[in-house]
Design a protein around this ligand. Structure first.
Ligand SMILES: [Zn+2]
Length: 72
C-alpha cells in the first residue's frame, strides 16, 4: 500500500510529501493550519491511490518500489 512520505518541512511542520510508490508529489503550502494541511493532502492522496494504484497487483507494486521480485 502506498504511503505519504514527508519531503519538506517549514518551521517543523510538514508542507510537502510524496507517494512512496510512484514519487508523485503533494504539497499544502500557504495559510493553512496543520489540520487543514493534513486534511487537504490526505484527500488528494486518497484520490491519487484510487486513480493510480487501485487494482495494481502486488508484483507491479513491488516493481514500482524497486523491491526484488521473487523468482518464479
Ligand atoms: Zn503513487
Amino acid at each position: 500500500m502506498p504511503q505519504l512520505i514527508v519531503t519538506e518541512k517549514i518551521d517543523g511542520n510538514p508542507v510537502a510529501w510524496r507517494c512512496s510508490d510512484c514519487s508523485q508529489s503533494f504539497s499544502a503550502r500557504g495559510k493553512l493550519t496543520t489540520k487543514q494541511r493534513n486534511e487537504k493532502v490526505n484527500a488528494e492522496f486518497k484520490l491519487h491511490v484510487e486513480k493510480s494504484h487501485k487494482g495494481e497487483s502486488p508484483r507491479a507494486m513491488a516493481f514500482a518500489a524497486a523491491v526484488p521480485l521473487p523468482k518464479d
